[in-house]
Design a protein around this ligand. Structure first.
Ligand code: ATP
Ligand code: MG
Ligand code: MG
Length: 358
């Protein structure tokens, strides 16, 4: 089976690296200026121009059997047009919903799933909407790694922001003093079968994911089941096929959904070492119409992102560490690779992870 992936970043790379041993063939669709180093050597790369007929893109890819996507901000009209040639999973409507924060929140509201109090508009409307300061203002589109979002603590900051606002409507959220950040990564097969990985606990720095540990510690059974129930409802409502991630805040025994990612996710990279079937393999199994693999964990796994101007730390890897290097151009603030640490003892894993982060 031949699978084409829209996007040429590390997620495409890891999907292909998981699928090649399954006998799958890959090709990739790149935007005009997109850096495709991550996937070089893994399949044909087709550069896409909006003026080009979709039939030419499909033929250039080598007429794949399925099309999937590695990024949220994908051109939905391209995906819809490609559906005339072969199945596209997840479906274009799921991307349309998840790539606009207001549409995403409306879906959560419709399903009765809790999130931070929010409004769609300007931060100056927060007090009338009874949203207390601080607030987090987020652009509806184009946000990732904490970009295009601002924490406003004082009324002066709110007023100054609105005077210079570039967009008419933002998502303005209550700032949540959470106890933990966790994520649920789940997969839904073409026949509606669903499986859930254990929750991961995530730590972000300046909006960018630094580390995940899974299974997350000290989370009640009830909260774990709530996360799985939310995912079931969301994936069913979107008629979703593939892996999806849901980022949440834990506040006492309450779960508030922060955002959804309609794709394999950085907080699921631990599954490469820590689960019977990794998220990349399960995504491919789902979109190919194959039975899903087990999401059971082996012990505890920690994932550390390698960010910024570093070299692959091959020489210093302990025996329980697996390095995944993405082959990207080095730039400050850029995710260049990650390391998965496996082991039975959570405390020693966390110490090892901290040594990498230092
Ligand atoms: P990603 O790279 O995960 O797509 P993003 O740019 O879409 O990130 P968010 O996930 O919305 O941004 O926010 C990034 C981080 O900022 C969160 O993981 C969390 O740590 C913090 N954050 C976002 N919204 C809130 C909030 N309402 N209250 C407290 N912290 C928040
Ligand atoms: Mg996001
Ligand atoms: Mg996020």
């Amino acid at each position: 089976m031949h699978i084409a992936i829209v996007g040429c970043g590390q997620l495409s790379r890891m999907l292909a690296l998981a699928g090649i041993p399954m006998g799958l063939k890959f090709s990739f669709i790149a935007d005009a200026g997109e850096d495709s180093r991550c996937v070089e050597g893994l399949g044909t790369i087709v550069r896409w121009q909006p003026s080009e007929p979709v039939s030419a893109i499909y033929d250039g890819l080598g007429q794949p059997d399925r099309i999937t996507v590695e990024k949220e901000q994908v051109d939905v009209s391209l995906l819809s047009a490609l559906q005339a040639y072969c199945p596209v999973h997840p479906n274009p409507q799921a991307f349309a919903t998840c790539q606009h924060r207001y549409q995403e929140k409306q879906l959560l509201d419709k399903l009765g799933i809790g999130c931070a109090a929010y409004l769609y508009g300007q931060p100056t409307e927060a007090s009338a909407a009874k949203i207390p300061l601080p607030v987090v203002v987020k652009s509806c589109r184009e946000g990732y790694d904490g970009k295009n979002q601002w924490v406003l603590k004082h009324q002066q900051e709110v007023d100054a922001f609105s005077q210079q606002a570039k967009e008419q409507n933002y998502i303005v959220e209550q700032w949540i003093p959470f106890d933990k950040e966790i994520s649920q990564v789940s997969v839904r097969g073409a026949n509606g079968e669903m499986r859930h990985y254990p929750l991961a606990e995530n730590r972000h720095e300046q909006g960018i994911l630094k580390q995940s540990v899974a299974p997350a510690e000290a989370i009640s059974e009830q909260l774990c089941l709530a996360a799985q129930d939310y995912m079931c409802r969301i994936m069913r409502a979107l008629d979703y096929v593939g892996v999806m991630a849901m980022e949440c805040f834990v506040v006492k025994d309450q779960l508030l959904v922060n955002e959804l990612a309609p794709r394999v996710h950085n907080s699921g990279h631990w599954t490469q070492s820590g689960s019977k079937t990794c998220q990349f393999t399960n995504h491919l199994r789902a979109i190919a119409g194959l039975p899903l693999g087990s999401t059971d964990p082996h012990g505890v796994t920690g994932m550390v992102n390698l960010i910024g101007t570093i070299k692959p730390p091959l020489a210093s890897l302990p025996p329980n560490a697996a390095l995944h290097w993405y082959n990207k151009a080095v730039r400050p603030g850029r995710k260049l690779g990650h390391i998965n640490f496996t082991g039975a003892n959570r405390e020693s894993l966390i110490r090892q992870m901290e040594m990498v982060l230092r």
